[in-house]
Design a protein around this ligand. Structure first.
Ligand code: ADP
Ligand code: ADP
Length: 226
């Protein structure tokens, strides 16, 4: 059964731009889905609607067990294209932020912070500040932060777009390892064919004008192991 389903989603922005038209997409538990398509085809919009960050103009979002995206906020981790870390806070405090917003004390959170940082290989950098880290390390802190609430669904919006190719390769392997350890469902927005084939179990191909799905591909490749 799907974890979350988008049915007949249209999105028309206030300036009249039609970003999505009749989008149907079901995300099954444990899947790694890539949304692949050219710039402007509505990938980010679809992801933001899934996350409940923006409303759809038309259509329905159905969660397993009922409730809307707001009711499922706790189940959703979101990684933006830019790492968006707080420069004045240490790495550990950046990872703590979502827990703090949930009212978890710093002390109660410390184990969760440590385990998320070690998932991304940055446990020794807990006391560092974002400015001391490379681009790839900052992105890994963002991923650790998105994992701190142990989300069922991890949404990633072209997370590696700003990084060099070698760092992207390393992070791709980190993400695969992380999904195996963490067993979350991932929806990953990319315009890289390579990344979608390498990472996902299913590729959803989108086209622009109007934003819609034109193909779905089940990737049956063997997955890399540690
Ligand atoms: P992608 O992620 O595939 O690059 P987006 O979902 O960002 O595509 O955008 C889809 C379309 O919607 C594009 O034409 C984009 O310019 C437009 N768009 C995105 N956000 C807004 C907005 N806030 N207001 C108006 N148009 C927008
Ligand atoms: P990344 O690809 O993870 O961004 P870089 O190749 O940009 O890392 O590395 C920048 C510097 O940070 C390098 O000197 C690298 O040795 C160091 N570095 C990156 N990640 C770690 C880590 N987990 N532990 C120790 N040093 C690291």
């Amino acid at each position: 059964a799907p974890l979350v389903t988008l049915a007949g989603i249209d999105k028309v922005f206030q300036n009249g731009t039609i970003a999505l038209s009749g989008l149907d997409l079901g995300i099954r538990e444990g899947e790694f889905v890539s949304l692949l398509g050219p710039s402007g085809c509505g990938k980010s919009t679809a992801l933001r609607i899934l996350a409940g960050l923006i409303p759809a103009s038309r259509g329905a979002i159905g969660w397993a067990g009922g409730g809307d995206a707001e009711a499922h906020q706790r189940d959703i981790g979101f990684v933006f294209q830019e790492p968006t870390l707080m420069p004045w806070a240490s790495v550990a405090d950046n990872v703590y932020l979502p827990l703090r917003l949930r009212g978890v004390s710093r002390k109660a959170a410390s184990q969760a912070i440590d385990s998320c940082l070690s998932l991304v290989g940055l446990e020794q950098f807990a006391k560092s500040y974002p400015r001391e880290l490379s681009g790839g390390m900052k992105m890994r802190v963002s991923i650790a932060r998105a994992l701190s609430l142990r989300p069922k669904l991890l949404l990633m919006d072209e997370p590696f777009a700003a990084l060099d190719e070698i760092t992207r390769f390393k992070l791709n392997d980190d993400i695969l390892r992380l999904q195996q350890e963490f067993r979350c469902t991932i929806v990953f927005v990319t315009h890289s064919v390579f990344e979608s084939v390498y990472l996902s179990s299913r590729i959803v191909v989108m086209a622009a004008r109007p934003g819609r799905i034109i193909a779905e591909i089940d990737v049956d490749a063997p997955r890399p192991r540690d």
